[in-house]
Design a protein around this ligand. Structure first.
Ligand SMILES: *[C@@H]1O[C@H](CO)[C@@H](O)[C@H](O)[C@H]1NC(C)=O
Ligand SMILES: *[C@@H]1O[C@H](CO)[C@@H](O)[C@H](O)[C@H]1NC(C)=O
Ligand SMILES: *[C@@H]1O[C@H](CO)[C@@H](O)[C@H](O)[C@H]1NC(C)=O
Ligand SMILES: *[C@@H]1O[C@H](CO)[C@@H](O)[C@H](O)[C@H]1NC(C)=O
Ligand SMILES: *[C@@H]1O[C@H](CO)[C@@H](O)[C@H](O)[C@H]1NC(C)=O
Ligand SMILES: [Cu+2]
Length: 563
């Protein structure tokens, strides 16, 4: 086994390619949903951003030029950046950001095969179009298949994201804001315009589905066909039959689908865009987009009624192909997700009663420059929500969600085992969201071989427990992937093994220069100062202890989940 692995690594290294890609990130005017011409963010003057296809062990040389009027970064979602944590592309965590007019080259070898995506990780720029599929093909396929299709799914709104966020935060507006129903883009184009996929009788297809949405969930199905899940977020699973894939923002799956043995009929695939927290409304929520599964041009379409008791993927039932056993945790950490009202009338989000606000120094740069002090979570700043992990400890994070919304929580730098879901004790769920697959959260534990993934849905009025080994020194965000939840503060920073990081990794000078150009500190504590002097950081927000209606001039919020 060992020798085989070694040999194949050698041979693949010799075949590995250097793949150079140039991205000039800039504003583009486009009508993407057929409803409205608006400003988007694209690359090389185009939307959609073209997907990236690599083969395992290739080296990506991604040169990014920033033609926006704001800093930008790109994050390769799901890649561990093991040993290169400064290439994670997360603004004010792993870099200051590429200044307007500047260029930076992200260069690294891809050592993980599977289905990923790449997106802007500063100021919600992904929501305005800076997002694309990122597929890494295997050297040797884990399962046999004859063809490979990708569905990269995006929700699209008429308004630019910064404007939307401003309106949500504006205390003069009611909270939550009135529902806005997006349209769906499929592989970058209007969902209704989606073309057919071709099936040949008797063949097997791998279909990759990526939820790149800012807010909404997606389901995917091919009525009349069974799908076997073989991948969750870059981790191969044993084949697991389902009828419907269901994904929160940030999540991915691959399924194998066996074509029928004749080309007598064509079928349809079914992409369903929905939000559990919005009212159900004909053609808006859920909104079903269909396209053709074409066995033969012109063959009649077989409309297969959807089975009443269809099986929706449930990640805790999946078993990883490598059968990595359930980890034993040596430390447990609770992350409590909630809304918080501030005395300035802003309705923010929080983890453990802290609303994340970006520090002035990227947390990784604090980690690199503070020596022994880097082990103290306080130095990263009062609203960075830092949690320091010791090298190689096995942590269990219990993500507690005492609200009515799903929160798809993404951890950078790792995949983690999904070990338990459950309802919050003492809560009788009466506010069941209107349209969710399966049941309200119930107690479920993984088997002895839990699936690993990098984005997990914390269920409403419930919790999810995840486990991983702290074997990747760096500074990694854990955050909700619903863009407005994230940017209103549902983020925390995992500071992993600072002393090991300090010994093994050196931040490239070019990244430090980004900070100089932006007038930001290249080191020191979260404010760029020594010790515990945080002068220069934005003023702390003060948590309001009275209802919003009692704050001067503010309307009563409606339907706010308990915090
Ligand atoms: C599409 O799939 C959804 C589940 O995701 C199901 O409710 C709906 O009936 C399906 N529609 C069609 C036309 O098959
Ligand atoms: C949250 O923090 C505020 C101070 O900012 C404190 O007054 C309050 O008790 C805290 N709440 C919880 C649940 O810890
Ligand atoms: C939960 O609440 C519902 C509605 O108020 C009630 O019918 C039900 O009996 C309660 N269940 C439990 C276990 O308390
Ligand atoms: C990072 O690399 C080290 C050393 O090769 C390895 O032991 C560890 O498991 C890796 N961690 C991740 C998350 O890739
Ligand atoms: C959830 O919120 C409710 C209502 O505010 C509170 O009574 C309950 O203790 C909370 N549960 C947990 C586990 O935080
Ligand atoms: Cu969320």
């Amino acid at each position: 086994m060992k020798i085989l692995g070694f040999l194949s690594l050698l041979s693949s290294l010799s075949l590995a390619a250097r793949v150079a890609i140039d991205w000039d990130i800039g504003y583009v005017m486009a009508n993407r949903d057929g409803l409205k011409m608006r400003r988007c963010i694209g690359v090389n003057g185009q939307v959609p951003v073209p997907p990236i296809y690599l083969t395992l062990y290739d080296t990506l040389v991604l040169t990014v030029h920033n033609s926006l009027d704001l800093p930008t970064t790109v994050h390769t979602h799901g890649f561990f950046q093991n040993g290169t944590s400064y290439l994670d592309g997360t603004a004010l965590v792993s870099e200051c950001g590429i200044p307007p007019g500047d260029t930076y080259t992200y260069e690294f070898q891809v050592t993980q095969a599977g289905t990923y995506w790449i997106h802007g990780h500063d100021q919600g720029q992904n929501a305005d179009g800076l997002r694309a599929a990122f597929i890494v093909r295997d050297k040797v396929k884990p399962y046999a298949y004859d063809g490979d299709y990708t569905f990269a799914l995006e929700d699209w709104y008429g308004k630019e994201f910064p404007q939307k966020l401003k309106e949500i935060l504006d205390p003069a507006n009611i909270f939550p804001p009135p529902p806005s129903f997006p349209t769906s883009l499929i592989n970058g184009y209007k969902g209704d315009d989606t073309g057919p996929i071709q099936f040949q009788p008797g063949k097997t297809y791998r279909i990759r589905v990526i939820n790149m949405a800012t807010t909404e969930n997606y389901q995917f199905s091919i009525p009349g066909h069974t799908m076997d899940v073989i991948e969750a977020d870059g981790v191969y699973s044993l084949p697991h039959p389902v009828d419907v894939i269901d994904m929160g923002p940030g999540q991915r799956y691959s399924v194998l689908v066996r074509a029928h043995n004749t080309d007598e009929f064509n079928y349809r695939y079914n992409v369903t865009l929905y939000a559990a927290f919005l009212p159900q409304l004909e053609d808006k929520n859920p909104h079903v987009y269909t396209g053709l599964v074409e066995y033969r041009k012109g063959a009649p379409i077989k409309e297969v009624p959807f089975p009443g008791n269809y099986r929706v993927v449930n990640d805790i039932e999946l078993v990883p192909k490598d059968r990595e056993p359930l980890l034993r945790a040596t430390r447990t950490i609770e992350l409590n997700l909630a809304n918080l009202l501030y005395t300035n009338g802003e309705m923010r989000t929080s983890i453990n009663n802290i609303t994340y606000v970006k520090p002035r120094t990227p947390s990784l740069f604090s980690m690199a420059t503070l020596g022994e002090l880097a082990k103290d979570p306080k130095v990263y700043g009062p609203q960075t929500n830092a949690i320091v992990l010791r090298h190689l400890e096995t942590v269990e994070i219990s993500i507690v969600n005492n609200g009515s919304l799903f929160h798809p929580m993404h951890l950078h730098g790792h995949s983690f085992q999904v070990v338990e879901y459950g309802p919050l004790l003492g809560l009788n769920i009466t506010t069941t969201p209107v349209f969710i697959p399966g049941e309200p959260p119930r107690f479920q534990q993984s088997g002895p071989f839990p699936i690993r993934r990098d984005t997990v849905q914390a269920p409403p009025f419930g919790y999810v427990k995840i486990r991983f080994v702290a074997d990747n020194p760096g500074a990694w965000l854990i955050h909700c992937h619903v863009m407005d939840h994230m940017l209103r503060g549902m983020q925390a920073t995992i500071i992993e093994a600072p002393e090991v990081f300090q010994h093994r990794q050196r931040i490239p000078e070019e990244l430090l220069e980004q900070c100089d150009k932006l007038g930001m500190p290249r080191g020191g504590n979260g404010a760029g100062n020594k010790g515990y002097d945080f002068s220069g950081l934005p003023e702390l927000l003060i948590i309001a202890t009275v209802p919003r209606s009692l704050l001067p001039g503010l309307p009563e919020p409606t339907n706010v989940p308990p915090s």
